[in-house]
Design a protein around this ligand. Sequence first.
Ligand code: HEC
Length: 174
Amino acid sequence: MMRMFEGLQPTAAMLLLLCAGCSGGGEASNSVDKTAKTPPVSFDTRLPLKMVMEHIITPAAFGVWGASGYELSEKGERDLAPRTDAEWEQVVNHAATLQESMNLLLLPGRVRDESWPGYVGAVSGVATRMLAAAEAHDEKTLARSGDELVEACEACHSAYQMPAAKYQRPDSHR
Ligand code: HEC
């Protein structure tokens, strides 16, 4: 059977044909019972919000801030934009982590009131834009969304009276 395809790249269509041939037909190959109930899950939310902020969300935010805009120092300004594919890939990692980590704030027990999800959504929206910008190696959008991210984090902090932010974005402008 395989000899037939020697030297050929199997295409998706070929694989489908092969599959249809070997499964013995449609329904039987579908082993997932869609009528089965989703088993109950319990989320582990023992990590205090403070820890989630400090050890999960902040490192991801710094990962994207560290690559957006310019850093000002006595020596002048330094462009923070990634230079190599590997550096861009790091930003993709951080932006994806940031976007996904917003779900942690929506787990049962973490939502404080009906305004909470809106603040979470604002950060996750910026993270989504940063992710797309990093994938497209788009420095301008990345720099602009760095500022939007500061605002989105701070909007929630001021709404929930988080005492003076214990984080600082690298001093920068664009
Ligand atoms: C939905 C609301 C919300 C969003 C969005 C949010 N935070 Fe927070 N954050 C809080 C609250 C509430 C606290 C205070 C937690 C506590 O001390 O119990 C906090 C605390 C913190 C702290 C202090 C942790 C400590 O050591 O005391 C840092 C740092 C932080 N957030 C970073 C961020 C960053 C960076 C972002 C954006 C990428 C962000 N937060 C987005 C609600 C939010």
